[in-house]
Design a protein around this ligand. Sequence first.
Ligand SMILES: Cc1cc2nc3c(=O)[nH]c(=O)nc-3n(C[C@H](O)[C@H](O)[C@H](O)COP(=O)(O)OP(=O)(O)OC[C@H]3O[C@@H](n4cnc5c(N)ncnc54)[C@H](O)[C@@H]3O)c2cc1C
Length: 350
Amino acid sequence: MAASNMSGAANASPEGASSHTAIIGAGLAGLACAKVVADAGQQVTLFDKGRGPGGRMSSKHRPEAVLDLGAQAFSVRDDAFNEEVARWQAAGCVGQWPERIYRASPTGWQPHHDGQVRYAGLPRMSAITRHLAATLEASDVTLHTATPITALIRKNAEWWLESNNTELHGPYTRVVITAPPPQAAILVQPWDTQLFELCQRLVQRGCWAGWAVFAKPLPTPIGIEKDWQMARVDHPALRLVCRNQTKPGRENQPESLSLLANLEWSETHLEATPEAITQSLLDALKAFTPRHSNCPNYWIAAPTAGVIPSRIKTTRFPSKGLPTEPTALRCAAIACAAGGWKMPGCPATG
Ligand SMILES: Cc1cc2nc3c(=O)[nH]c(=O)nc-3n(C[C@H](O)[C@H](O)[C@H](O)COP(=O)(O)OP(=O)(O)OC[C@H]3O[C@@H](n4cnc5c(N)ncnc54)[C@H](O)[C@@H]3O)c2cc1C
């Protein structure tokens, strides 16, 4: 996939503007949308402000370990997605995980069985989006990374995209925005009042996501399977702990945890320093991890730990007032379609 950025003067679509779709955002939604449009025989160009595709399915590379800081696992709830996941499995970029889930609190741990099959990227969550990007490359879809789109411009019934407030890309017949609603709102505001208002109604909540790499494996709480994989945590600060080395394809990396904070707690600590958040999440981890009688000093081996420098956002779905028809989101050939939108036929992830 071409990753070079267009710079300087605007360039015209080689096929003309009649069949060229621009997609803003190369997370899972943007990549999936690109595949559908490309499979329909149309030209597609993807733009993402990040260094690579993936969005909230990206993974953090540390010298010792690879850690997922966004999506940890996903379930499959419809036939079409089931078929797609089967293709991902055949391509070797996804595996079942987790199978040993616990609910943990300072007073104890209980197995958590909900009968749901879940999957994770192999050997990292971003392997899925990298695979999709590689598939699109074979379909001649162009991806421009490190290209933040700052405005949409309409000229002679065609769309142009402005990046970095200076460069122009286009022309395009239509634009699909898969950026989270607050970022989409800025782009659609001059063009579509209804869509702008819908973006504003989708409330975004901050979520601190941390990580920790340990020199030694954590001792197993008594009575718990040694290779527990995920714990849903009953703690004011922390809600989920995932052991990255138990994910498919990461068996050789050391004990390394993804630590997802509670949304309410994240909101009240949005302005705290990363150092303070890291300490709070590690303290929370200690609170529900009983000290093992044979290894009382394991916390002395301080982990390498941190949180991502900027807060990852998650979307909260309001209970009422969402659009009920996808067409309600379309106007003047701009559409919003992403993880922040919940529409008929689009089951919530998790
Ligand atoms: C901490 C955390 C944990 C999660 N855990 C789970 C989980 O366990 N299971 C699950 O199913 N889901 C989980 N999710 C949700 C899941 O990650 C998202 O629903 C999904 O990845 C969203 O995909 P998307 O393509 O809609 O959006 P994104 O992945 O956010 O993609 C949007 C893309 O748009 C780009 N972009 C934004 N603005 C611009 C612009 N102006 N110009 C160019 N590019 C732009 C961004 O760089 C980004 O790559 C989690 C999310 C978070 C944050």
